[in-house]
Design a protein around this ligand. Structure first.
Ligand code: HMG
Ligand code: MG
Length: 307
């Protein structure tokens, strides 16, 4: 291996967030049977963890109001782990009642986005999380936490890396096993990723850091590469490149899962994922929508199928 790529991790865990991050930002409401079939196909393709939905207020995210029904329809004969986004104690109770054992909390590094997204301040979000951690104390419920607007906020602009690191530390010390440092509107740059990750890694274990890039400006793959060079081994992605937050103006899709897996495999990094099966699952799912998905690898296969 060369000087620049010799130190990359040998294996990476890809967290599929399409059924949650992707579908929350689609106007159309997908029937629950179709969602369940998509998740099953993604699980069969070897995705180790799939965030399948969220337990938030159905008035704000009607696309995911079928969360309990979806959880009941998920395949049981798979090693894939299924998780759900949870904002507070009420969401936790609903999730636990649906059999969820992996939850993802979410807050932000900027106050205005926290207010727009979860209707409370960052400090209040930590109060809500305390109630969640108290309720699951001593249980086997696995908690990840997202820190949104970590590389910049659509309302406030620049965000201090020091602040991101400090909030990551607080989330980790509160009990989150993994912190998904998130570029909500795709404003991160490779240099910014280095700064944020290095500051966070000074306060929490590097292995507890996941990176969640939206690809609004086309830099998500470049940002992943920097993350890999910094020793990060968990990256989020969304099937077909769907995604975005309804409360973040200008947010586009996440890095497409098949584009991320293609990059990782091209670098000789193992994922345990069958790229062709992911492409097949996402081309199948795409037929339920009016417009093609934005992912680049999908576009290649779509053209090849037509030829
Ligand atoms: P709130 O209004 O502050 O909550 O909402 P509240 O405690 O004041 O309660 C008000 C009402 O909501 C009550 O009902 C509660 O029962 C109900 P009422 O008594 O009026 O009938 N309620 C709930 N209902 C269902 N599920 C719940 C729940 N909690 C309270 N969990 C809340 C706070 C967070 C719930 C609300 O603002 C909300 O649902 N927001 C949606 C947030 C969201 O889903 N955003 C998108 C996902 S985040 C994201 O995409 C970013 C990420 O991808 C990383 C990145 O890219 O940056 C993760
Ligand atoms: Mg997101």
């Amino acid at each position: 291996m060369t000087k620049l790529f010799g130190c990359l991790p040998g294996r990476v865990r890809v967290v599929e967030v399409g059924p949650r991050d992707g579908l929350q930002n689609q106007e159309q409401i997908v029937p629950v049977e179709t969602k369940a079939e998509w998740v099953a196909r993604l699980a069969r393709a070897g995705l180790p963890e799939i965030e399948v939905t969220s337990f938030v207020h159905p008035k704000w995210v009607p696309q995911l109001a079928d969360a309990p029904a979806l959880f009941a329809m998920l395949p049981r004969d798979t090693p894939a782990l299924f998780s759900a986004l949870v904002p507070n104690r009420k969401g936790l109770d609903l999730a636990l009642a649906s059999g969820v054992r992996r939850i993802a909390l979410f807050t932000a590094a900027s106050e205005t986005f926290a207010q727009k997204n979860i209707n409370c301040s960052i400090e209040e979000s930590f109060d809500r999380f305390r109630e969640v951690f108290d309720a699951i104390a001593g249980s086997d419920v696995h908690v990840r936490a997202y820190l949104s607007t970590a590389f910049g906020c659509p309302y406030e602009g620049a965000v201090e890396p020091r602040r991101v690191a400090e909030l990551s530390r607080r989330l980790f010390e509160a009990g989150a096993r993994e912190i998904a440092i998130s570029d909500t509107t795709g404003v991160a740059s490779p240099a910014g990723v280095e700064e944020v990750v290095e500051q966070a890694a000074a306060l929490i274990p590097r292995a507890a850091i996941a990176l969640h890039f939206h690809d609004t400006r086309g830099l998500a793959a470049a940002n992943v590469l920097v993350g890999l060079q910094l020793g990060i081994t968990t990256f989020d992605a969304s099937g077909g490149g769907l995604g975005g937050c309804p409360f973040a103006p200008g947010a586009a899709g996440n890095l497409a899962t098949e584009d991320l897996v293609h990059l990782l495999h091209a670098l000789g990094i193992e994922t345990g994922i069958d790229l062709n099966a992911v492409v097949g699952a996402n081309l199948w799912f795409e037929t339920h929508f009016a417009a093609p998905f934005p992912g680049r690898v999908l576009a290649v296969h779509r053209r090849n199928r037509r030829a």
